[in-house]
Unconditional design. Structure first.
Length: 420
């Protein structure tokens, strides 16, 4: 069969809310946000919001979220909703730690991928073969993974040296590295606290400082996924299963096979994200270690409109807010309240220009409340810092909902030969 005969899915088309943002416009928006961030840093004195250390920590926090999001992207592009990403990540953390402390970190990485893939096989059997509701199957898998890993931890880690029923023994590090010369120079430039220049140095420096080899692998998987799904005949067939499986089958595509492959790859990515948490981020397995990152990864995928590039931006945003818990969180979050208030003012101007007066009025009211909150306080409670990643997730999804366009057959049950 020639893949040229398959009509390309209109996955790149925008939703009903407006045209898709072009790359130059996106870069202009990013530049504008960076300039406003630099202004806020100068006003508030919160130099940590764009420091090299903050950006490096944000990248490390973004990796497991991005890997979970990539997993969701593979599954949903084939038409399978994968709410079970959290459970697959949980399996990845346990399998990665179990193998990692015994046979080394890279073996742990491999077992983490296998653990996530095993969970994905269960999800694929339930949703593809037995047509179980995708949401029900995913939630059940999350509960099952949590119970299984807690049960296994009791019998594997409790009697191990430095282990317990809720924690594995320490795992050997994969090591870290910097880009020689450039990392140190950018950190020095960031410490100058110059307008915009130091902020750019902090952003770029954080991306090339204190890197784990697994971080490099994870980042490379983003363009790799784009190439496979959008530039190969295999990817075209897979995406056709998520857009119009009846048409795909009529052209000779084995829809079941591609759905199974997509879901298993999805679980492998999520398991790799879990292994990253237990091997790189903390070098031990901890009960509850994923902390909802599978769900946030799914949110990053939705924010990115089911595209790898947008997914990476979403993971970076959520990773940044997640990292605030670790580095000067209260001070930095207080400064970001002012930044959010300013961004909302820009949003008011845009909505007024579009003659959407009611949303503009509501946005102006929220912006005013943010300004009042900022000027009336000098700090924020730790509970607000902890909740920031989840609040940002809800806020971003609510603001971007109008431009989203999911694959047409995503989540719909499909039976072989149903088009006949």
């Amino acid at each position: 069969m020639s893949t040229a005969t398959i009509a390309k899915p209109k996955s790149g088309q925008p939703g009903k809310g407006g045209r898709r943002m072009s790359l130059p416009v996106l870069l202009l928006v990013i530049a504008g946000v960076l300039i406003l961030t630099s202004v806020v840093r100068l006003i508030t004195g919160a130099d940590g919001i764009t420091s090299t250390g903050q950006m490096s920590t944000a990248l490390r926090a973004a990796v497991p979220i991005g890997l979970a999001g990539l997993g969701g992207l593979w599954a949903e592009r084939a038409g399978v909703v994968n709410i079970g990403l959290e459970g697959m990540m949980i399996l990845g953390t346990w399998f990665g730690a179990w193998a990692g402390y015994q046979w080394g970190p890279w073996t742990g990485v491999a077992f983490g991928i296998v653990g996530g893939a095993l969970g994905a096989v269960l999800h694929a059997i339930a949703t593809v073969t037995f047509k179980v509701n995708h949401i029900v199957s995913g939630v059940a898998l999350n509960i099952l993974a949590l119970g299984v890993t807690r049960y296994l931890s009791k019998f594997t880690f409790e009697d191990a040296p430095q282990g317990s029923s809720k924690q594995s023994p320490p795992i050997e590090s994969l090591g870290t590295f910097d880009v020689p010369g450039l990392s140190g120079w950018l950190e020095t430039l960031n410490d100058k606290h110059w307008f915009l220049i130091s902020d750019l140095a902090g952003l770029v420096g954080g991306l090339i400082t204190n890197l784990s080899p697994l971080t490099v692998v994870a980042v490379a998987l983003v363009p790799g996924t784009w190439y496979v799904l959008w530039r190969t005949s295999f990817g075209l067939r897979l995406r056709s299963c998520g857009e119009n499986p009846v048409a795909a089958e009529s052209l000779g595509v084995n829809v079941y096979k591609y759905k199974y492959i997509a879901v298993i790859v999805s679980g492998g990515f999520a398991g790799l994200g879990g292994a990253f948490l237990s091997i790189v981020a903390s070098n031990v397995y901890l009960d509850g270690q994923t902390a909802g990152r599978g769900y946030i990864g799914l949110a990053a995928m939705i924010f990115g409109n089911w595209m790898p590039g947008g997914l990476a931006l979403g993971a970076g945003l959520f990773g940044y807010t997640d990292s605030l818990n670790l580095r000067g969180g209260a001070t930095n979050v207080h400064a970001l309240i002012l930044l959010l208030a300013i961004l909302l003012v820009v949003g008011v101007a845009y909505l007024a220009w579009k003659k959407q007066y009611v949303p503009a009025f509501i946005t102006a009211a929220v912006s005013a409340l943010m300004f009042v909150w900022y000027v009336s306080t000098d700090d924020v409670p730790n509970q607000v810092v902890t909740a920031t990643p989840y609040v940002v997730t809800l806020l971003v999804l609510s603001l971007s909902a109008q431009r989203l366009r999911m694959p047409k057959a995503d989540g719909l049950p499909y039976r072989k030969g149903q088009g006949k």
